[in-house]
Design a protein around this ligand. Sequence first.
Ligand code: AMP
Ligand code: MG
Length: 414
Amino acid sequence: MGSARTQSTLLTFAEARQIVEECASRLSPTEPDTVSLLDALGLVLAEGLCADRDFPPFPRATRDGYAVRAADLASPSARLRLIGEIKAGGPLQEGLSIGSGEAAEIMTGAPVPSGADAVVMVEYTERNGKIVNVQRTVQPGENVVAPGSEATRGSLMVARGTRVTHTTIAVAAAVGRPEIAVCRRPKVAILATGDELVDINLPPRANEIRNSNSYSLAAQVNQAGGEPMILPVAPDSADELALLLRKGLDADLLLVTGGVSAGKYDLVEHVLASFEARFIFTGARIQPGKPVVFGEVMLRDRTTPFFGLPGNPVSTMVTFQLFAKPILDGLSGATPQPLPFAKAMLKSSFTTRTGLTRFLPASLGGVYDQPEVELIRWQSSGDLMAVSRSNCYIVVPPEREAFATGEEVTILLF
Ligand code: AMP
Ligand code: MG
């Protein structure tokens, strides 16, 4: 029952993306929850992480070598007298102070003693009992990180709204936080539609296929910090679809897959319209994923955003990443993240048709200073094998049709 839409009335990719970003920025995040540090990975900080002490807490040597006074090394070959050894984590030697003509052996991560203002690397020295000969000059401050220069006590190290990665975990650990406050994972209902679908634990009949989209979406939702709730498959019948949609609208976000194209049994829009849904857009000039639908439904005093994602497996994956992910970010309290675009050199030429922004499954390889990308041959947007062998999409702007080997192209990383 999908409405007939002409291409010219459809939004461009950039317009559709801008709309979801704007909607995402107006969403209120879920309630905060305190979780143990490693369980926070992939979730969003509901509090800022502050320094509980200066970072570093003492002038930290960044090299193994000798703590010295830079002024003593003005001449090319200085001779210094060794007066001690400072290892990382060793007892603080309060009395130890480096005077003129003196040095102390020091290890990476150890506090530079008073009097010294630099560390000279062991590689530039020669030791002879209690005497060290230095063949190089050093600048004051060289190989020493001043106390508080990374963060001063009480200052914000990681802002609220940051999605927790291994780097955030490191900061939380460094400031002594075995537990941190994160926004609760938004609940995302996933509803696959289509008479041809059977669930993965049942044998498909000759005219049926297995429901893979609910699982790929659940995986993408999980990875994006949401809590997927897979609903039973909805057949292509308005009444049963309505029942399941209503259930899905109890979640923080509803993702429907299939049934949004212009076919006779594409009922999703029609049934959502009967709930007085507000359709924010119905279609975008992209491939795969052109029939994508975005809107919201007010039911029982709460507004639930929803997406109708086209059922072809690659279309579902692409439209989730392009449009549903920012909404999930907004619900999670995350500051909006740009899509992970990059550039790479095209390994083999290809042609396509103009008119749509295309996201074509591709394989990114090459070496660090010459990333290379190549299209994966595919049988259009239902081709699961092709997408499973890809690790990015080549992004084709709507006005382009021919790409030459060696050209730099834009890619979208998964
Ligand atoms: P539709 O968007 O409903 O027109 O479906 C487009 C294509 O995607 C058809 O070939 C469907 O059989 C297929 N498809 C729809 N939903 C799923 C699903 N959940 N899992 C795998 N394939 C699907
Ligand atoms: Mg269908």
